[in-house]
Design a binder for this molecule. Structure first.
Ligand code: BG6
Length: 490
């Protein structure tokens, strides 16, 4: 289905996100014919760029994926630039004039999307002006898209939310969590609710634990300034990791509407057992990377990075045990783990089923492996089932077998970028894969208690894991204490 006509106004259009993700994604939608020809991209930025300079910039961002130059040129005809001062009303009045003109020129029917792809400290100022200076005054729809971080903790997120809500209603706000745009994250729900053999087993009677690992090989690179105020807990757990927990743990919604799915996710977040004070040490482990060797190269530790305090207490790794205290999940740990400078770049979910009541096939050589369902989020996309079967011509000895489905090899080479899907959804007015304020609020309140404890106590063992490893000792102990181990299965 094609999108309705729309003006896509990108604040921060000269920045990194716009270049790496937004222009290429919009172009892909255009190439596929998903984007209505009645569209315009109004790039907004502080820099005094000419329109042709901007067009050149967009062209550069597309070259990697170019098919035909004519198409690129046709797309770029729709891209216009306006330099802008976020704090100056005159600047917004100029934007408004420009927007109205584009409205007429491309028949946009007054539909507007304001995409804030820039530092969050300006979010509130911009939304205030958009309303006060009349940019939201149109006959069509107005939507606001905001990138993370959405606040630094619950109080700052609430203040930001309140300010934004002066100008946009909750229904108009699209908070990006790019994990929700990933093909296999979206697939969690389908795998669960469209298969007779998963849903009946999807509870504490049959599942012993669920593990979610999102490991990265890159370090903090040039983002030290931001990361020092964030750390892995705020950067990854508050949003991406808890969103995956919610999708794995939610009850079946009564239908697939945005409201129903969101309300089921919120119920999971409400049921998460809060942990605070000293208790945090029983449930969560923090880590910080040390120097090490990656791809044969020596790499520095986190504390040696630019804009990083040489005695930094910031965590670059988090492992945790999340308990969901409801009927379905009582007693089933959801282990989460994420970190920088780990051995592999991979996001994966492992659902471990409980052992069968009696093992008939046990012998001294091998015990039975548990059944596992592995959901590969990235870089591979697919699912694998680990089962036991008879070993050919060896009596009743069993052997593990794997049933695999690889989305990328079956459905084509390139699954669309997360941003492509999210932009499309936003223009279509589908907010299902965006986070509602209730989700943001609940997850901050869970995470704040952990960061309060960590900020009030120095991590004496930092740095505590080598670059290129799978994280600190403590994260293995966390799982072992419950009688489990992290699965590193394919
Ligand atoms: C972002 C974090 O939200 O997610 C980054 O700010 C992190 O620090 C990134 O690297 C990971 O995303 P992906 O899609 O590469 O797993």
């Amino acid at each position: 289905e094609q999108t309705p006509p729309a003006l896509i106004m990108i604040f921060g259009a000269t920045g990194d996100l716009a270049k790496r993700k937004l222009f290429p994604s919009l172009y892909q939608l255009y190439l596929k014919g998903s984007l209505s020809n009645q569209f315009a991209v109004l790039g907004v930025g502080r820099r005094e760029w000419s329109d042709s300079r901007f067009k050149e910039h967009v062209r550069d961002s597309l070259h990697a994926s170019s098919h035909s130059n004519d198409l690129i040129e046709a797309f770029i005809e729709h891209c216009i630039y306006q330099s802008h001062d976020v704090a100056d009303s005159n600047s917004y009045i100029q934007l408004k004039t420009q927007a109205n003109e584009l409205d007429r020129r491309f028949s946009l029917e007054g539909n507007r999307i304001f995409y804030l792809a820039m530092a969050p400290e300006f979010f509130g100022t911009i939304t205030d002006h958009l309303k006060q200076d009349g940019l939201t005054d149109t006959d069509g729809f107005c939507r606001l898209v905001i990138e993370k971080p959405f606040g630094h903790n619950l109080p700052s997120a609430a203040a930001l939310n309140e300010q934004i809500r002066q100008s946009f209603s909750e229904e108009q706000i699209y908070r990006i969590d790019h994990y929700l745009g990933k093909e296999m994250v979206q697939n969690i729900e389908v795998i669960r609710f469209a298969n007779a053999f998963f849903e009946p087993l999807w509870n504490s009677r049959f599942i012993s634990n669920i593990q979610i690992t999102s490991s990265e090989t890159l370090g903090v690179e040039e983002r030290g300034r931001y990361y020092e105020t964030s750390g892995a807990l705020r950067d990854m757990v508050q949003n991406h990791m808890l969103q995956m927990v919610a999708l794995l743990a939610m009850e079946p919604p009564i239908n697939l509407s945005t409201d129903e799915i969101r309300s089921e996710k919120v119920r999971v977040l409400r049921a998460m057992r809060p942990v605070e004070g000293k208790e945090v040490d029983e449930y969560f482990v923090r880590g910080q990377y040390d120097k090490g060797i990656m791809n044969g190269q020596n790499v520095d530790g986190y504390r040696d990075g630019d804009n990083v305090d040489p005695a930094s207490n910031t965590e670059t790794f988090v492992a945790g045990k999340v308990m969901i205290d409801n009927f379905r999940w009582a007693g089933v740990p959801f282990f989460i783990r994420t970190g920088k400078r780990m051995a592999v770049k991979s996001t994966k979910i492992v659902v471990q089923f409980k052992d069968i009541p009696m093992n008939l096939y046990y012998n001294k050589e091998h015990s039975l492996d548990p059944n596992l369902l592995v959901i590969h989020i990235q870089p591979d996309e697919g699912i694998t089932l680990h089962l036991n079967a008879k070993k050919t011509s060896e009596g009743v000895n069993t052997q593990p077998v794997r049933l695999s489905y690889s989305a990328s090899s079956i459905d084509g080479i390139n699954t669309p970028e997360a941003y492509e899907k999210l932009l499309y959804d936003c223009i279509m007015g589908d907010a299902t894969n965006f986070t509602h304020w209730d989700e943001v609020r609940r997850s901050w309140s869970f995470v704040d208690k952990i960061s309060d404890h960590w900020e009030s106590t120095t991590a004496k063992d930092f740095p505590n894991y080598e670059s290129g490893s799978m994280g600190p000792e403590g994260s293995f102990k966390l799982v072992a204490d419950e009688g489990f181990e992290w699965w590193s299965v394919g």
